[in-house]
Unconditional design. Structure first.
Length: 168
């Protein structure tokens, strides 16, 4: 006798199709600012445009990168946000609201997907512990070993957006 069976794994698809909303994009634009010339961010990483660390081909920005136009800065931002949306969709395995997703895209755009993947915040989210996860934002306010006022404000904005649908 031969037994055949299938294992079905259910994964909600809703957030896999999500895109950052205007509020999340506004956080990125506000806190990243825009520079048409390359600079080192507080963490020492060569950056251009709206906090882009990679060019349109996916190559790391270097200090000898040419200046870019406003249109190119927007294209870099779009590419970076799309990459970040994909990372968040891959790493978050529970259904989230559009505001939570957008908050996380802003956060991951800034800290990187590798840091998010290893974070307690992601683990809490994937357990469905959204309030506990929101209490992790404040831990990510350092760059170059220093607490930065801009990161403190950004994390608060991201936390508020994350909790918006829960009366936060």
């Amino acid at each position: 006798m031969v037994c055949h069976f299938s294992i079905l794994v259910w994964q909600p698809q809703l957030w896999k199709e999500m895109k950052i909303n205007e509020e999340g994009l506004a956080i990125i634009k506000h806190y990243e600012g825009c520079s048409n010339t390359v600079y080192r961010c507080p963490a020492g990483i060569p950056t251009i445009g709206f906090g882009s660390c990679y060019d349109l081909s996916g190559n790391p920005i270097t200090m000898d990168h040419r200046d870019i136009t406003d249109e190119e800065a927007t294209a870099y931002l779009v590419r970076g946000v799309q990459t970040t949306e994909n990372s968040v969709a891959r790493l978050v395995r529970v259904a989230v609201t559009e505001n939570q997703f957008s908050s996380l895209v802003s956060f991951v755009y800034n800290v990187g997907s590798g840091n998010f993947q290893r974070s307690t915040m992601r683990m809490q989210i994937n357990r469905g512990s959204f309030v506990d996860a929101s209490n992790e934002f404040w831990k990510w306010r350092r760059a170059g070993g220093r607490i930065l006022k801009g990161l403190v404000r950004r994390r608060e904005a991201e936390k508020q957006l994350f909790l918006l649908d829960f009366g936060g």
